[in-house]
Design a protein around this ligand. Structure first.
Ligand code: ADP
Ligand code: FDM
Length: 215
């Protein structure tokens, strides 16, 4: 039993505004799952290591400018290029803990003038559907207290507030398994909730096929 694993891994996503604690919690969750004997790996989007990711990274660092629709499609392409790997890992029984996914894609672009939620969702339709999306809820003023905003694109409080509103609109969609986590607590308290929700979904997902997002 220990060596033959026929069940698939779960696709678990953490979302939230900047500073909500996504990276901290993804790392802690992967560690905790591994310590309890489950295969788990972390992924993050954008994945800045690929060719597409390098274009995105240069844009975020303001070293280059890209037209708004173009960069949206690059973020989406950066997810699609990882889909074969995502599917392979899940089939191997590895649980994937993902720092941002299509929800960030839609929330950030649709916070720009002239973009509808619907237009933004289209390129990501049909991506592997997360079994669980945990939204780390932290009001923007508390997020600002966690340190100065950096110098990357989008790191201003006005923009982050609009992003938060777009996330709230996305969370109305009941076809996605959203869980809202109060991220204003200590790292350990937040982790405890995230771990419990993840363990539940890992056992549930085992016997279900991977779904298609927004389809
Ligand atoms: P994100 O990935 O959402 O931007 P991080 O995990 O990088 O957030 O955390 C942003 C900053 O806030 C880091 O300095 C981190 O140590 C700190 N932090 C994370 N979680 C908490 C928490 N629950 N309470 C206080 N500070 C936190
Ligand atoms: N971002 C992230 C987008 O605009 N679209 C996306 O599809 C994704 C995944 O890129 F400002 C934004 C969100 C954030 C930046 O920052 C990535 P981090 O620090 O690497 O998460």
């Amino acid at each position: 039993w220990r060596f033959i694993n026929c069940s698939r891994g779960a696709l678990i996503v953490l979302e939230g505004v900047d500073r909500a604690g996504k990276t901290t919690q993804c790392q802690k969750l992967v560690q905790a799952l591994q310590q309890s004997g489950q295969a788990a790996e972390m992924m993050r989007f954008p994945d800045r290591a690929t060719k597409i990711g390098q274009l995105i990274s240069s844009y975020l660092e303001k070293k280059s400018n890209l037209e708004d629709h173009t960069v949206h499609l690059l973020f989406s392409a950066n997810r699609w290029e990882m889909v074969p790997l995502i599917r392979q890992k899940l089939e191997e029984g590895i649980n994937l803990v993902v720092d941002r996914y299509a929800f960030s894609g839609v929330a950030f672009t649709s916070a720009k003038p002239g973009f509808t939620l619907e237009w933004c969702m289209n390129p990501d339709m049909g991506l592997p559907k997360p079994d669980l999306v945990m939204f780390l809820q932290l009001n923007p003023s508390m997020a600002e207290n966690r340190g100065e905003y950096g110098i990357e694109r989008y790191e201003t409080s006005a923009f982050q507030r609009t992003v938060q509103q777009r996330f709230e609109e996305l969370m109305q969609d009941s076809s996605v398994n959203w869980k809202v986590i109060d991220a204003a607590r200590t790292i350990e308290e937040v982790h405890k909730d995230i771990k419990l929700l993840s363990e539940d979904i890992i056992s549930l997902a085992q016997n279900q096929p991977v779904g298609e997002l927004w389809r």
